[in-house]
Design a protein around this ligand. Structure first.
Ligand SMILES: [Zn+2]
Length: 223
């Protein structure tokens, strides 16, 4: 796909809409096709910081455990640094960023004229579906693979099919954090739909369908 080499995408959507899983799959697809797109997940970046016990990680963990957003400036600096890495020079998908208007504005400022966003894809899905998806989600503590107790179970309960690692429920997928995350999405992130809609770059995708169907449509939308 010719456009893939210069794709600069934002995947927008509520927690549980499937944007992380899809971004990973899209990145794998393009890597296999020989024109890699870097998958830039702020969630993964933050978890790596938390795991390493960095100053940023310790600060971020406090917010994440409560289901709150990590402050804008912290995230903005982290993404700016990440986007300058060599693997992100040609093409990338931002997953989990921007999450607020100030973050979207900072991203625009950081991307000069010919570097502007090429695609903003909104994953649309009813809230009650999200709650079921999030509460059943389990993550491999070793390789980061994402499973689900009902929708995508592992062969052996609690053990990752891919690497044999132990599955954990992320602190922000616990019931007390889910309600808070969805509320944060409604108040802070949903306004970005209007922000990008006004600029004509927004494409909506119905994310309440099987991952394979969503994936195929996503590839079409990214052409
Ligand atoms: Zn694993």
């Amino acid at each position: 796909m010719a456009t893939s080499t210069t794709a600069r995408c934002v995947f927008l959507g509520a927690p549980g809409a499937g944007k992380g899983t899809q971004a990973k799959q899209v990145a794998e697809h393009f890597a296999a096709a020989g024109s890699p797109i870097a998958h830039l997940s702020t969630g993964d970046m933050l978890r790596a910081e938390v795991k390493s016990g960095s100053e940023l990680g310790v600060a971020a963990k406090g917010y994440m455990d409560k289901g709150q957003l990590v402050p804008d400036q912290l995230i903005i600096d982290m993404v700016k640094a990440r986007i300058q890495q060599p693997d992100a020079a040609a093409a990338w998908i931002l997953d989990g960023f921007p999450r607020t208007l100030p973050q979207a504005e900072a991203l625009d400022e950081n991307l000069s004229g010919d570097q502007a966003l090429t695609h903003v894809i909104s994953f649309s899905i009813p809230e009650e579906v999200l709650v079921g998806r999030l509460s059943g989600r389990r993550t491999c503590g070793k390789c980061g693979a994402i499973w689900h107790v009902e929708n995508r179970p592992t062969k052996v309960e609690g053990i990752c099919d891919t690497c044999g690692g132990e599955l954990v429920q992320r602190s922000d997928d616990r019931p007390e954090a889910i309600g808070k995350r969805l509320e944060v999405y409604r108040t802070q992130t949903a306004p970005l739909l209007a922000y990008y809609g006004d600029r004509g770059v927004l494409r909506e995708i119905d994310a309440d369908r099987s991952p394979d169907v969503v994936f195929q449509e996503l590839l079409e939308r990214m052409q």
